[in-house]
Write a protein that binds this ligand. Sequence first.
Ligand code: MN
Length: 261
Amino acid sequence: MCTPAYSDMHGYAQTVADRPGGGASGPSQALIEELALANRILFREGVVDAFGHVSVRSDADPGRYLLARNMAPALVTADDIVEFDLDSAPLNADGRAVYLERFIHGEIYKARPDVTAVVHSHSPAVVPFGIVKTAKFRSVCHMSSFLPVCTPIFEIRDTAGEDNDLLITSHALGAALARVLGEGTCVLMRGHGSTVVASNLREVVYRAVYTEVNAKLQSEAMRMGEVTYLNEKELVTTTRTIATQINRAWDFWRMRAEGKL
Ligand code: MN
């Protein structure tokens, strides 16, 4: 199922035949290593703590995705990465526990063929925007221009009713979250956190970091007075320009995560 166009589109140009690791149908070892590093970066940059997760669609099969086993992201190594089908059934967990909320990832990958990477977190500055009824989470800064004009809020009571545990623990809840995300890049989850998506792993890490930055800036600006947000044209043009700069952030964050800075 892995066509050259698919691989090229996501920046992993190796073919199935010349992947350095894995069998004929498995993801590349390079992608597995990069996902493990993404976990550690997201911890180091304050997006995840003991909770939260990042996934990437397999570079060998768009009908599968990779996600760590159930553990704190800071501790993830390549050996902890598990492959899932889009129904979020683990294919090689070998008895290891998996995340309760893996359905966030599988259902978004089903609904959004353009999405290749997903971060779900409880990054703290974002959470108030899913709680305060009059607050709208919007881009206030060029680095967070990827945010939607009006970031949607997922209300779990609409699907699970009043008696719920706020977690996305089923296909139905994951699909409902994906519907609220729509064609956008970010969805807030009331009383819980947020989920961001992107077309590749480095971009989704970048977006998760700057979603939290935007929340801090917007909160501070709203305390000071009336806020000017990026307009729709600025969102489009700035996102296009910044997309060329993401590797610069990735190289810096990798060094920090590795304790070299
Ligand atoms: Mn969660």
